[in-house]
Write a protein that binds this ligand. Structure first.
Ligand code: ZN
Length: 76
């Protein structure tokens, strides 16, 4: 699978519910759509994200859309 991230390092903020990326046998990276047994910090760093930033972007921990999250969170 080719890298989606060329010229677009971050997924767009979604208004919908985050995709079901977590399965019994692992978890998909929603940035590059690869599937892993475990989504590691190391991998997310390839996308310029920390785990918390990733979760925040996808709305996992918040349970609500990302609207209003300042973009500069992504760079800190
Ligand atoms: Zn990835």
């Amino acid at each position: 699978m080719k890298t989606i991230a060329r010229g677009m390092t971050r997924p767009p903020a979604r208004r919908r519910d985050p995709p079901r990326a977590v399965r019994e046998d692992g978890v998909a990276c929603l940035v590059c759509a690869r599937f892993f047994k475990q989504l590691t910090n190391t991998h997310l760093r390839l996308h310029g994200l920390s785990t918390s930033e990733y979760n925040r972007q996808l709305g996992y921990n918040l349970g609500r859309p990302l609207m209003g999250v300042p973009l500069r969170h992504l760079y800190s």
